[in-house]
Each structure stands twice: as structure tokens, then as C-alpha cells.
Design a protein around this ligand. Sequence first.
Ligand SMILES: [Mg+2]
Length: 406
Amino acid sequence: MRPRVILHADMDAFYASVEQRDRPELRGKPVIVGGLGNRGVVTAASYEARPFGVRSAMPMVEARRLCPHAVFLPGRMHRYGEASRQIFAIFTGFTPQVEPLSLDEAFLDVTGSLGLFRTPVELAARLRARVREQARLAVSVGIGPSKMVAKIASSLCKPDGLLEVPAESVADFLRPLPVGHLWGVGPVAQQNLARAGFATIGDLADADAARLRAAVGRQAPALQALARGDDDRPVDPGRERRSYGEENTFAADVRDGDELRRTIVAHAEAVAARLRADRRAARTVVLKLKLAERVAPGKYRVLTRSHSLAEPTDDGRAIAAAALALWSAVAPGKRIRLIGVAASNLGASAPAQLSLLDRPADERGRALNRALDDISARFGHGALRRGGIAVERAAPTLAIKDRPRS
Ligand SMILES: [Mg+2]
């Protein structure tokens, strides 16, 4: 059988690059995007910030210490969403087999599209050029016979790179790499494996099965298969967004009911606006709370509660009402560190004229929603909230089927 040709396309420092594209004065400067409060987290760091040690998911306080002269920005999700849609439209122009992993990252199975190009590298170069021309952004592309190899290749050729690993070179490519490049091997697992004598992927590929099992338990066979380059998972274009969420960590723990209520409403409106932008409606509302109760060093008690509505909705008030009811049922008076609202159980939003809710009051609600969306589109997300509520912009969350994020 002819080997599959899979691309892993990943935008470079996506949010920070969009900011540098839109604001030329930021080009060449370290730009850090994320939550700007005391407990905020970095969501993207431009390549100019990385030599200082700044990485995404790092606490913002640490990023400020490492790179105090950087430009710090709260992020503009609507702008990143626009860029994302544009990029995915380009991807699907090359193949219908596109599996999104996040707003800025996807697998593409291009096996069936190669006839139009001399080589996989030529196809990938054309894709990169098109993203560069149309979105004015850089995308790195790894090419391999499997998802795993394509993803590792793209991570090694960043930024603005292209790397092909042909099927016959996979073993030579993988063997010298640290085990942390394998899927599912995080920093802690990497340390444990190194201590057990497995530093490189080659060490794992050659490992005695019993010894590896002693080190990693039940996952041993799967890990060894990956280390040997066995990964036949197909690119799955059926994967869909599973939930829309917004959350924030407070600068100081909050107990005050009014502030919590305002934050829940603001999150609900932001979630609803994103649902409407994607023409989706959600049936289940999820409230996530991190209490100021430490259960272990650096770990806090997390409560998640959900409520299913009678009808799917894309309305901020309906989502807020459900989230507020959940909050008053579980945690009134408790000190809260983080609060999040998400909408899941998604479907396409119903055409207005067919909705059972099509009554004058709802028509007014819909008109108000449209007006809010127009204002957001013109002045930036968060320019206006119903009732004048504004909260510090929080980190949006995105969950994709089979890969739920905590
Ligand atoms: Mg990326």
C-alpha cells in the first residue's frame, strides 16, 4: 500500500503574530499575549520573547520578570477567530481531509491531492505561500507518513519552516530525539523515563518489554509502538468543536456575590457571541469553579456543574441564567479563585423563522444580540457588555472531541 502523506500545519506564535501583523510597530519586538492580572497565564509569546525564556502556559508574573520590556496584550479572540477561519478555508482548498486540533493547528491527509503536485514538499510549499499571501501569517508544516511524525516534524522546523520525513527515514528521524517528543509524554513522564534509562525514542524502541513495563506500567506497549513509528490513526475531519468556554482567574480571591454574578454574566455573553458567530447553539451550560481551598501544594478544589436546557440556545441571558442558578446551588459565600462558563452539547442554530421560541420578545432579544455582535465586530470583543459590565478579558477555552481540556 502506498504510504499516506500527512501534513501537520501549525501557525507560528499565532495570537502574537496576528498582533504583529495588525500593528506594524510591534514587528521585531517581544509581544506577549495572555491574562494580564496577577494570576494570568501566557497564551502566546512572539519569537522575539522566547530567547528570554517566555513560553505559553507560563504564569504572566514570571513572563514579566523574564522579559519586562515586552509588549503585553490581553488578546482579541474575535480577530484570532477571523484569521483561523481564513486559514482553515485555505487548508480545505488542498484537501477535504482536515482535522482541526485548535484554532491554529490541523492535520491534513493530502494523499489524494498529490496528483496535482510533483511532490509532497511542493504541495506544502504552495500551502505555506497561500497562507502567507492571504492571511499574511507564517505557518510551519511537517510532512510524514503518520500524524505523530508530521507533528514532530513541524515542531522541529519552527518558525516558518517546512520539514518532510519520508516513510523510509522515520526510524532514523525518531531514534535520536528525546522521549518528550512522543505523544502523551510530558515533562514529568520524560524525567521518570530518563531516570529509568530511557532518554531517547531509540531507547524506548529497543527496550526490553518487561523493563519498560516496570517503568511505565500498562502504557508500555502503546509507548513502544509509537517509539517504533507505528501510528496508523487516520486524519479525522469529523472532529468538531465540543464546547465553547470562557474563564478567568481573579487577581485576588472573590467572595462577593455581585462581582461573581457580573463575571458569570460577562462570560455567558462572550460564549453566546462566539456561538452566534459560528452559527451554533448549545443545550448544556457548564459552570466551573476553582475554590480558594488548597487540596495539595499548588492544587485547588475544582467544582464543575452542568445544567441542560429544554431548548438549545445561543443567547447570553439564557446561558447566564443557567450558570447563575448553578452557582447559587453549589457555592454561595465560598471564596473563589477561578470561574468559568462553558456551553456544550452543540448543534447548528435553528433558522429564526422555524424556532419554537419565535415570539416578539425573542425577536427583540435576537435584534439586541445582533446589535451587540455588530458592536463587538467593530470595536473589538469586550467593547460593550449588556448592562455595562466589563471584566478583565479572560482566556477562552476550546475543547475538541476526544481531547477534552481541563
Ligand atoms: Mg501554533
